[in-house]
Design a protein around this ligand. Sequence first.
Ligand SMILES: NC(=O)c1ccc[n+]([C@@H]2O[C@H](COP(=O)([O-])OP(=O)(O)OC[C@H]3O[C@@H](n4cnc5c(N)ncnc54)[C@H](O)[C@@H]3O)[C@@H](O)[C@H]2O)c1
Length: 304
Amino acid sequence: MVSVGLIGVGGMGSTHFKILKDLGIKVTAISDVDESRLAEYSKMGIKTFKDYTKMLDEGGFDGVIIATPPNLHTEQTVYALRRGYYVFLEKPMASDLEGARRIYDEARGKGRLMIGFTLRFHKLYIMVKDLLDSRLGKPVVMWHIALGTMPKTGWLRDKGVSGGILNEHGVHVLYQYYWYAGRVREVYADAVTITSGITVEDNVTVFMKHENGATSIFHLSWSGGHNWRRWGLTAERGRVTVDGYVDGDYMVSDLNGNVIEKGNFNESIIHAYVDEVRHFINCIENNERPIINEEDGYHVQQIV
Ligand SMILES: NC(=O)c1ccc[n+]([C@@H]2O[C@H](COP(=O)([O-])OP(=O)(O)OC[C@H]3O[C@@H](n4cnc5c(N)ncnc54)[C@H](O)[C@@H]3O)[C@@H](O)[C@H]2O)c1
């Protein structure tokens, strides 16, 4: 039976903990620098560590989930991979390209690193990918407008920690574009900061050309007062529109305007998180390479 260690049990790490528990996967060790968080887990009989290196040195688990702020990802992931663990690293791969390159170099050839680009496991995004492959053909233009507000988490506003909002949040969409249309050849982008007291961009606009000729457009804003989000694409043989991000009304039509699929998707994102963790566990059990790995993480970091 596979067991797991967790590094970072804040928002995302504690979600992973609940998912693992529900899946019946034993969490044998937890590391966090926040002692009050650690205390909750030691009450459950789990070994806790303030220093993640001690946890990884001591072992007693097969895989590690790392859910700490991005500027810590490089050191923690490289350390874990060197000790032979399977690693599920939360997105983004790192806070900068150099850090991502170090992870990539360590992970290459091992087949043990997974990066948490959740949309790969989200049923709406999977449905659209399947429709592209089966009926709609190659994407020609993909687009996404994401207007939101600055999240409360303090470290997100610090460029040195998060790597910026395109890195911290926009990577989900950049990964989706890469998944749908393949590697990116050129990127044009503009970033502006309106909110005072932050070192990250709060408005970013990206225009990309993929190697296969497809175009992707992405505008992400966190400086506004209300949320509004839409995405979609035009492909060789049809069109997709979604009135939302991970939920909302969607429509798929062919070039003549005949509706292929239409509906409202309202499944909680938690299902994608569960499938993501399940994939990681299956890879450990079967000694397989995760479907989202260092190649994907590094290419997305290059785009950022
Ligand atoms: N896949 C998704 O949809 C998704 C959603 C949210 C967050 N995330 C990612 O998860 C990661 C964590 O984000 P979060 O929102 O949970 O942040 P968070 O601030 O809520 O949690 C981070 C945790 O890491 C701990 N930590 C800090 N330094 C540490 C160290 N040296 N060793 C061990 N623990 C340490 C903190 O004490 C905290 O408990 C980020 O990379 C973020 O991008 C992914």
